[in-house]
Write a protein that binds this ligand. Structure first.
Ligand code: UFG
Length: 337
């Protein structure tokens, strides 16, 4: 079995990727300290793949504990590094915590990879590096903009660190994946997003409101320069996104090190907040109280992906549409009741 180390493998995107890795014949080894995820994700993974995935409850910043994982479980064919904090607003309040965790854990990991002569890494990045792009859909050669949050900066710093490593170290093979807006859940409803506290993101807020856990959704702004005035994003089903990680790993296996490349992962289709709200109501038939509120600080008006590079190079494209993603997110929410 070809082992793959998956940091943050109990998280939202990590857990779905573990499932797709197993389906593709890899043996995922999960490292997660469950500070932002739950044991339940591991049960869900087991229900889907028919066995418990190997799991180490370890903080990726803990070099000694990580060394033990490498010694016990290695050698690995590659690493997929999800473990990171991801709340934009929180990062503004607690920048030190964000830089220490998001950049620190990557440094620990890269040191270990070097010691164990492992060069292959797939990294979770974000379309946040584009800020508000001048040209839409945005492709990978668009310039990075100053990120609007410390969270965004940690993604830029980690991307740059990995590019610099690939430049300096002939054994490195790096893929940077820039996610647009991941939503949905596994069609089995065995795994999905588990937001802690009040969700920041649109779709978990919608499903919690529809479930009666929140009173009403606030649409953050309807005075943007878009057809209906609300912000436009590229919502991508988490299962599609997970499959892209497997493709990226397979692609790295065909490349001669050193290599570093970057890919947008989106559907290529932009949807406004109000379109998402209406699609949810139409698709589920569930009442969704909402009001229009002021803009949220730091939001860009519109961003959606040119995902043609991932299609041409990795042979990957998103197959599941917004309606399917919302239906799966809702089925998962109902399972949580
Ligand atoms: N929105 C609302 N009401 C809510 C929550 C969100 O109207 O209660 C709107 C936002 O204003 C935005 C859209 O829904 O227009 C999507 O918001 P999300 O918070 O779901 O997602 P973002 O696009 O803000 O953030 C995502 C990722 C971040 C990443 C960012 C990059 O969650 O990790 O994209 O643009 F940094």
């Amino acid at each position: 079995m070809r082992k793959v180390l998956v940091t943050g493998g109990a998280g939202f995107i990590g857990s779905h990727t573990v499932v797709e890795l197993a389906a593709a014949g890899y043996e995922p080894v999960i490292v997660d300290d469950l500070r932002n995820s739950k044991e339940r994700a591991l049960d869900g993974i087991a229900a889907i793949i028919g066995r418990r995935a190997t799991f180490h409850r370890v903080d990726c910043n803990d070099g000694e504990a990580m060394e033990q994982v490498f010694a016990e479980e290695g050698p690995f064919e590659g690493v997929i590094h999800f473990a990171a904090y991801k709340a934009v607003g929180e990062s503004v309040q607690q920048p030190l915590m964000y830089y220490a965790n998001n950049v620190g854990s990557l440094i620990v990991l890269l040191r270990l990879m070097r010691r164990h002569k492992l060069g292959r890494i797939v990294f979770s990045s974000s379309c946040t590096v584009y800020g508000q792009p001048e040209v839409l859909p945005v492709n990978e050669s668009a310039p990075d903009r100053l990120a609007s949050s410390p969270y965004g900066f940690t993604k830029m710093v980690c991307e740059q660190l990995l590019r610099d490593m690939a430049h300096a170290d002939p054994t490195m093979a790096v893929v940077l994946l820039r996610y647009f807006n991941p939503i949905g859940a596994h069609p089995s409803a065995a795994i999905g997003e588990l937001p802690l506290g009040v969700p920041n993101n649109l779709v978990p807020f919608i499903t919690q409101t529809a479930a009666g856990l929140r009173k009403s959704l606030t649409v953050f702004g309807d005075d943007y320069d878009t057809p209906d005035g609300s912000c436009i994003r590229d919502y991508i089903h988490v299962v599609d996104l997970a499959q892209a990680h497997v493709k990226a790993l397979q692609w790295l296996g065909t490349q001669e090190a050193p290599v570093s490349d970057v890919f947008n992962l989106g559907t290529g289709r932009g949807s406004s907040v109000l379109e998402v709200v209406k699609a949810f109501i139409a698709g589920t038939g569930v009442d969704l109280p909402y009001t229009i509120g002021p803009r949220r600080a730091g939001d860009v008006e519109a961003v959606y992906a040119d995902a043609s590079k991932a299609r041409e190079v990795l042979g990957w494209e998103a197959k599941l549409d917004l309606h399917r993603a919302l239906a799966d997110a809702w089925r998962w929410q109902e399972r949580l009741k």
